[in-house]
Design a protein around this ligand. Structure first.
Ligand SMILES: [Mg+2]
Length: 241
């Protein structure tokens, strides 16, 4: 009988840093400014920094309720926050270019693949596990994250890839776990979800009737699920549960 694993992405399979995040902000803001400055010389780079920050707050408000906005929606918010009428004054090509700058930043300043992640996926695949990905996105949409995962040679391990800018539902809402089960054709009792967020991954999966493994580099605290320091330890622990 098949067994299934669903994975969180950020800080479970790939790891980020504040430095990388800062470089991406700068990349998005500076490139957007150079593009806009040609036709809108009045636009101040500070307004673009402010818009970049502001939409994070607006998205965070949605995220609190486990809801998301589509990527085109997030880009429109970004442009709209830079100044009145800017959105209506841009043509489709300009909006498209800003979308590419916004999403492409992650490919310029790449999060690293967690050590041992690919090997863990290989081992599970060779044992017949069927696998899925359930990712709450931030500024980078699923379409670009799939590209990154393809470059890291891990995309092909997943039979289902869910990104919240596409599903509009985020973890810990059980609906996104249900979608993953459906796409994988998985029995929840034969599925384990792995992730680093206690609330989104562990509690979310458990609420959907799915077993959870918590990735916690510190690994502290009394918890009611198996804890691993890194996804590299997953194949071993799955043997025992
Ligand atoms: Mg995570």
């Amino acid at each position: 009988m098949d067994r299934f694993v669903t994975f969180d992405l950020w800080e479970t399979l790939i790891a980020d840093s504040p430095e990388l995040d800062g470089s991406r902000t700068e990349y998005r803001v500076k490139n957007t400014h150079s593009l806009l400055a040609r036709r809108h010389p009045g636009i101040d780079i500070k307004d673009i920094y402010r818009a970049h920050e502001k939409i994070w707050q607006e998205c965070s408000a949605l995220w609190t309720n486990a809801r998301d906005i589509s990527f085109p929606g997030q880009v429109r918010l970004f442009i709209g926050s830079m100044g009145d009428d800017l959105l209506t004054s841009l043509d489709q090509n300009e909006i498209q270019t800003i979308s590419e700058i916004y999403s492409g930043a992650v490919l310029e300043f790449r999060p690293r693949l967690i050590a041992g992640a690919r090997e863990a996926l290989e081992r599970l695949a060779s044992r017949g596990y069927r696998m899925g990905l359930i990712c709450n996105t931030g500024r980078t949409p699923g379409i670009t994250l799939r590209e990154l995962l393809k470059d890291y040679a891990i995309l092909s391990f997943f039979d289902s890839t869910l990104f919240s800018d596409e599903t509009i539902i985020r973890k810990p809402d059980t609906a996104i776990f249900e979608t993953a089960l459906r796409e994988l054709g998985a029995d929840r009792r034969r599925t384990v979800h792995v992730g680093d967020s206690w609330e989104n991954d562990v509690r979310g999966a458990q609420a959907a009737g799915i077993g959870a493994v918590w990735v916690s580099p510190q690994g502290q605290g009394p918890v009611d699920c198996p804890v691993i320091k890194s996804v590299a330890e997953l194949p071993e622990i799955l043997d025992r549960i």
